[in-house]
Write a protein that binds this ligand. Sequence first.
Ligand code: UT7
Length: 329
Amino acid sequence: MSPISAAITGVGTYVPPDVLTNKDLEQMVETNDEWIQSRTGIKQRHILKDPTKATSDMGAEAVKQLLTKTNTDPSEVECIICGTVTGDMVFPDTANQIALKTGCTNSFGFDVNAACSGFLYSYNVGSALIESGRFKKIIVVGGDKMSSIIDYTDRATCIIFGDGAGAVMLEANEEGLGIIDSVLKSDGSGIDYLKMPGGGSLNPATAETVANKMHFAQQEGRTVFKRAVSGMTQTTKEVLERNNLTADDIKWVVPHQANRRIIESVAHMLDFPMEKVMMNIANYGNTTSGTIPLCLGDYESQLKKGDLVILTAFGGGFTWGSTLLKWAY
Ligand code: UT7
């Protein structure tokens, strides 16, 4: 293992001010607050309503907060990696817009498209760049403006998703703080169960793709639910076993926030008491790449230097995995 690891030295978050409640959704589709809360745990989600703003604007707000909290001059940041499926445009990358909007002018950057595993994958890529010894300070952003790809007449998807972003600072460290081990997976056969089929090179935008609602996220919820539970459970088990750890050794589990019942099932199968499991889905819904950094932000004051933490996510692709890390502050 490299003597250099990538410690998380700060977290910044941003959610837009407008809120879409379950009661609001009752006026839009045939659903009700009781169904949504009991089936998903979601009470409300934040929505970026300003039509002139995009994912990079939320990412930039999270990064600005992060720079202030960590007392970092933007010129010191060497790279920005942004996990997102709702980049401002197909190209150029959203990470570059975040760099521009935050004054990180010495930074290169790129996006990672791994759906709900976007932050987890980006964090692993950023850490590997630091472990290589070539970089000392990298920002990893996870953020999505899911409202831009949601069909608000489809009750199977519109009740779940929300908008938001979070960012972490990664810094070179020689005390073993940061990622200890990861198990990351993908399986392209999952494409039929969770996707947005329009707008790419397979189905470029036409009047027909718009009429067929191909520019909206489509999900076969039951299959994704089952695969999410088994996927996150297996990779977490694997990462624990190969590091000779048990659930007792872990201080915090930070699961992707897609459905409270998924989170509870994973925790149950792994013997993690819910007090150790970060959960804020009630307030934000599923913000795709935003969920894990938003959790880290909300629980930041409870984390302590040296805590062993598991991050785990599952999303479209399918993509999934678990990362074991040592918290740095
Ligand atoms: O973040 C990326 C990964 N995504 C996920 O992990 C999401 C995984 N899936 C889920 O979270 C759940 O499958 C959903 C929340 C999407 C759906 O919950 P479910 O318990 O799997 O419901 P279901 O699709 O099995 O539907 C059960 C019933 C159906 O009615 P019938 O056929 O039993 O009469 C649906 O038509 O609930 C109905 N239904 C609704 N009823 C009220 C579906 N959506 C709604 C709704 N309001 N919004």
